[in-house]
Design a protein around this ligand. Sequence first.
Ligand code: NDP
Length: 279
Amino acid sequence: MAQLIDGKKISQEIKDELKEKVAELKEQGIEGALAVIQVGNDPASSVYVRNKKRACEYIGIRSESYELPEETTEDELLTLIETLNEDPKINGILCQLPVPVHMDENKIIRTIAPEKDVDGFHTQNVGALVVGQTGFVSCTPAGVIQLLKRSGIEIAGKHCVVVGRSNIVGKPMALLMLQENATVTICHSRTADLQSMCRQADILIVAVGKPKMITAEYVKEGATVIDVGIHRQENGKLCGDVDFEQVAPIAGAITPVPGGVGPMTIAMLMNNCVEAMTR
Ligand code: NDP
């Protein structure tokens, strides 16, 4: 049976380390604050926002909530972001996505000052990642790197296959693995023979958004399997993009869902907030 990569435990370790760092910064007179904007009241977004605020409280930084009604205009939202950009007491700004359809998501991301973009979505931060410069990195892929490193899984020289090429997960994930000296293959919906590609992976990272799509046939014996997907099944239980029951007996190490990648995203968001305080 595979080594279980425990995201709950590792994310807790990270939050505890950050809590200590925040206390030290406070002693130097440096306080942190994250502005969290939510437009409309999508229930899933509300849960994410609540968890982010809770994490801020845990590590000891202030969170400022901006709950805007669904009818808010794009201009009103952009004006709020610009005000927060100028506010010296705010280190980080986060606008919970998705925003209502009458708003241009890219424009909103572009308006957040790159030095306060703790989600790491601004093109300046994405560009910094591409050329290997300092910037904020998208939280979920950054969390995967921490999961691997803190579980003692060697990355350098390994063949990593990333399934999915979204801007927030797949692409930054591939770039981070490259930065860690893995040999990286990126797969997507137009990849011919996905199964044989995946079977070549020493480290298989899956972010396709399809419940239990990755079955035993996709996995090489002893491979490390990281499952980014999260889905609520009809029976109310959560599952990932990987069929855990089938894959766990073959894999060398695997993340469960829940309790794998999920908790890491917020821990890495907190990490970015603390970085924003120290910069
Ligand atoms: P997107 O829908 O934006 O991207 C999915 C990617 O998978 C696309 O690049 C798509 O290819 C590819 N894909 C879809 N179907 C197939 C297929 N049959 N074969 C090969 N590739 C395929 O999703 P996200 O990247 O935003 O998220 C992926 C998953 O991760 C979701 O389940 C999401 O809920 C979860 N997630 C979890 C987070 C966490 O904190 N744990 C955070 C963010 C996401 P193409 O580009 O060709 O369309």
